[in-house]
Design a protein around this ligand. Structure first.
Ligand code: GRF
Length: 224
């Protein structure tokens, strides 16, 4: 059977999942969400899923001996839904290469920094500490190296003098809620693809930064 629908993996609040869900509901072709899976039994994102009538599944990593056995169980669970797309939405786990390979080209992630800058954690403080004036969020395909797959879309903001890691977290999250639904929509409508570790939008090769929105962080068809 042809893969269809979306499986979301999350560990926490799930505000990005909610943004994708809300945007999908407003679209004329709402997406099918097959399941939301969390390694954290008390993730708020699970409640958001059950409120929306989407299967909310707990797969607690603490019940597994090691990363390999957890990832094998997780892969098996995801395969049951045969999804077209796997969306990592704040899934706070380092993934094994074997797991990633099974979903390469159909698994995406959002990261709170302008990748390749600031892979990993504490991205906002690191941007401030480095004296950056520009910061933002990136949606990218997932490859085995952490936060390293080809970028699909970035949105940026200017760091103000009085910004702290907390204010930046809030401001960047707002951008995330805008760009993640866009990329999910592109992917589900076969507009975006990964090929030989590069990213194509409507068959145009995207720059390494991914698609860059205009100064107002708006998408325009004429930009590429
Ligand atoms: C976001 O900051 C995202 O960039 C990172 O994890 C956080 C998830 O937030 N990968 P939420 O659970 O979607 O609210």
């Amino acid at each position: 059977m042809k893969p269809s629908g979306i499986v979301v993996l999350l560990s926490g609040s799930g505000s990005n999942f909610q943004a994708i869900l809300d945007a999908s509901k407003e679209s004329s072709f709402p997406q099918e969400f097959s399941a939301v899976i969390s390694n954290n039994p008390i993730a708020k994102g699970l409640l958001r899923a059950s409120d929306a009538g989407i299967p909310a599944i707990i797969l607690d990593h603490r019940a597994y001996q090691d990363r390999e056995s957890y990832d094998a169980a997780l892969a098996k669970l995801i395969h049951r839904f045969n999804p077209k797309l796997v969306v990592l939405a704040g899934f706070m786990r380092i993934l094994t290469t074997d797991f990633v390979k099974q979903f390469e080209g159909r698994m995406i992630n959002i990261h709170p920094a302008l990748l390749p800058k600031y892979k990993g954690l504490n991205t906002h403080q690191r941007a401030i500490d480095s004296g950056d004036t520009h910061h933002g969020a990136t949606v990218h395909f997932v490859t085995p190296e952490l936060d390293d797959g080809p970028n699909i879309l970035q949105a940026g903001l200017t760091i103000n003098e009085n910004d702290t890691a907390d204010t930046l977290a809030t401001r960047v999250l707002e951008l995330e809620h805008k760009i993640y639904p866009m990329v999910v929509d592109w992917y589900m409508n076969d507009r975006v693809k990964m090929f030989e570790n590069q990213c194509y939008l409507d068959q145009y090769l995207l720059p390494e930064s991914g698609y860059e929105l205009n100064d107002e962080n708006e998408y325009t068809d004429n930009d590429y």
